[in-house]
Design a binder for this molecule. Structure first.
Ligand SMILES: NC(=O)c1ccc[n+]([C@@H]2O[C@H](COP(=O)([O-])OP(=O)(O)OC[C@H]3O[C@@H](n4cnc5c(N)ncnc54)[C@H](O)[C@@H]3O)[C@@H](O)[C@H]2O)c1
Length: 259
């Protein structure tokens, strides 16, 4: 088991990619603190997993846009399991409007606070914990293909997700002396509640943007995150791992005549 003996904190762990990663980490031998704004769901998920694997998880309520709450979530993982080895900064929200229609107080500030500041807070709080422990640590943060491109209704989301990539490079650089690694992942179109709210037709278009012509399943992202969190990924540091089934590798499928 890849993560035997490791302790992880996973934000947004009550749903979607985060939840799939909680399950994968537990299957790989880790103990996991499930941190989510939806504390009732985090507790329900934790109780269900602990029935199968006693003592494998704990739940903690957190709003990642508040630094003191992120610090408290890190502390609660350490209180529950004695230490911290991995943080997965994954909590996030999606949505947007055309830029011309923006009200900054509605369409910029709240998303930046969660999708951008929340990752900064996770990096800082976990980094300080790793340093205090005197042990190596791994910081994995969820960016998006939108962090590297302009896209529909995405001005604020793209900015936040681009910041996640920048944070990752800088944190890897600054924290290297403490044995801490930092990696960002960029999912493409993943079948989670964020995306499942859309019509079947739109989801078919999303699927066609990926090379296997299918939506990515959350467990496929979780498999990569578990690898990145493991010691087998020790040379993957300060970089972006594209988990997008080729989304960023091509533009669109054109039915060109042979010429
Ligand atoms: N689904 C996709 O196609 C896709 C693609 C690229 C990136 N992402 C990113 O993946 C991450 C996970 O998204 P998902 O698709 O699993 O969505 P999801 O809605 O299933 O899960 C997000 C979780 O984050 C939690 N959350 C939201 N705001 C929070 C806050 N302020 N504090 C704490 N928890 C909070 C929610 O309660 C939820 O449990 C997000 O950062 C998202 O931007 C998703």
């Amino acid at each position: 088991m890849r993560l035997q003996g490791k302790v992880a904190l996973i934000t947004g762990g009550a749903s979607g990619i985060g939840l799939a990663t909680v399950e994968k980490f537990v299957a790989e031998g880790a103990r996991v603190s499930i941190a989510d704004r939806d504390v009732a769901r985090a507790e329900a998920v934790s109780a269900e997993i602990n029935q199968r694997v006693p003592g494998a998880t704990a739940a903690v309520g957190v709003d990642v846009s508040v630094f003191t709450e992120v610090e408290a979530a890190v502390k609660s993982a350490v209180d529950a399991f004695g230490k911290l080895d991995v943080i997965f900064n994954n909590a996030g929200i999606a949505g947007g409007k055309p830029l011309m229609d923006h009200d900054p107080a509605v369409d910029y500030d709240p998303m930046i606070r969660i999708d951008q500041d929340g990752v900064y807070y996770g990096i800082l709080a976990a980094g300080r914990q790793f340093k205090a422990q005197g042990t190596p640590g791994v910081i994995i943060s969820t960016s998006s293909v939108y962090g590297e491109q302009a896209a529909e209704l995405s001005f604020t989301y793209s900015a936040a997700k681009a910041a996640v990539i920048s944070f990752t490079r800088s944190a890897a650089y600054e924290f290297a002396e403490y044995g801490i690694r930092a990696v960002a992942i960029t999912p493409g179109r993943v079948a989670t509640p964020i995306i499942n709210q859309f019509s079947e037709d739109l989801r078919a278009v999303f699927a066609s943007e990926q090379l296997r012509n299918a939506m990515t399943q959350p467990h496929e992202i979780a498999d990569v995150v578990a690898f990145l969190a493991s010691d087998e990924a020790n040379v993957i540091n300060g970089t972006v791992v594209h988990v997008d089934d080729g989304y960023s590798a091509f533009k669109q499928r054109l039915d060109l005549p042979v010429f």
